[in-house]
Design a protein around this ligand. Structure first.
Ligand SMILES: [Mn+2]
Length: 366
């Protein structure tokens, strides 16, 4: 039996997020030293850009030295991000003690008694039918390391809006006798059988941005190979923190309830990326914006990063309108007493929807 650790999409970034990024990297390294796998595989986008690659690579190589000293080979392919803003060919770089498999279209590396078919990111893999990949040695396990999209395992929208990753065909994995596909690019974790291989996106190793695909614990895969079918166990990275999103209602004056703000602040840790969307019908857009800014300032030290947006309907002087007055008076009659309970949340939403309808009608009539 062989064992590998598979991580992807760490997006190490120079600047104020660097200590956080290194915290996650160090957790992956500590896990590797504890698990003593036959190899550690990094399936692309270890760095957020070519500039980050240039600035951080010597420090990153130094951090991996204990892994190499423990006899664990480290295999790393470039994703689409390592090429962003590139001014040099990535194959020119020595990443000792990391085996940096940047040669295109592929390289076959034997390490830890395993075969690694390493495929750096490319805009297209259409030529793979002509690739001269040696046959798998009898009894060996083969791992494909690929940073790409595949429609069978992930059919959602493209990960990034400003660029498209190359798409790898299902047939690739059966043609080249792959047992396990160590994939990178899709930041949500995914697993599927693909052309006879078990294919896995571990998901981004850290929370890269405020997006639903970064929700949930960030993970690496611990993969067992050889003998029977490959099996995958995922391990959560505590240092990655979480992406948390809340929608909080503003009142007509554009004010946020203290209880709501405190609740959001209390739920975050200093590793989390917190996103708050302020909703509701407001009479003054500037008041809503001021609330957003005050909230952001108040949460600054509660989370690693805080984003506050407004998603409000602006209806000036709506509260003085006779329909609104009547509606609010009726709503007040059925207001639940306990402002923390589920009934209260329902009541608040009903009031919001009602106000949105009224805002529509009143604005239409104008
Ligand atoms: Mn990525």
């Amino acid at each position: 039996m062989a064992k590998i650790i598979h991580a992807a999409d760490l997006h190490l970034e120079d600047g104020e997020q660097l200590p956080y990024c290194y915290g996650v990297l160090d957790e992956i390294i500590a896990l590797t030293l504890a698990e003593k796998p036959d190899a550690l595989v990094l399936a692309g986008d270890m760095f957020d850009s070519f500039g980050d690659f240039e600035a951080l690579r010597s420090e990153v190589c130094a951090r991996f030295k204990p892994v190499a000293a423990a006899g664990v080979p480290i295999i790393y392919i470039p994703g689409n991000h390592e090429s962003r803003g590139a001014t040099a060919n990535l194959t020119a770089y020595n990443m000792d003690p990391i085996t940096f498999a940047a040669a295109r279209p592929f390289s076959l590396i034997e390490a830890g008694g395993l075969e690694f078919l390493c495929v750096p990111h490319a805009d297209s893999y259409d030529g793979y039918l002509d690739w001269q990949v040696p046959l798998k040695k009898p009894g060996a396990a083969r791992i494909a390391v690929v940073h790409a999209l595949n429609s069978a395992i992930y059919a959602g929208p493209e990960e990034e809006t400003d660029s498209r990753a190359g798409v790898i065909d299902d047939d690739f994995f059966s043609r080249f006798e792959v047992d396990y596909a160590a994939l990178g690019h899709v930041h949500a974790g995914r697993q599927a059988a693909l052309g006879g291989a078990l294919a896995c996106y571990p998901g981004s190793a850290r929370v890269w941005r405020a997006h639903p695909r970064e929700a949930g614990p960030r993970r690496v895969c611990v993969v067992r190979l050889g003998g029977t079918e490959p099996s995958v166990r995922t391990v959560e990275l505590k240092a990655a923190g979480l992406f948390k999103e809340y929608r909080l209602p503003l009142d007509l004056a554009g004010a946020i309830s203290r209880a709501d703000a405190d609740k959001a602040a209390g739920a975050a840790t200093n590793l989390d990326l917190l996103k708050i969307v302020l909703t509701g019908v407001v009479e003054d857009e500037n008041a809503a914006k001021a609330s957003a800014e005050a909230l952001k300032a108040g949460l600054k030290d509660k989370a690693r990063l805080v984003e506050v947006r407004t998603d409000t309907v602006v209806a000036a002087e709506i509260s003085s309108h006779s329909l609104t007055k009547a509606f609010l008076a009726e709503m007040d009659k059925i207001k639940p007493e306990d402002a923390q309970g589920g009934d209260y949340r329902c009541w608040l939403m009903a009031k919001q929807y009602g106000l949105e309808e009224l805002a529509d009608k009143i604005l239409e009539a104008k």
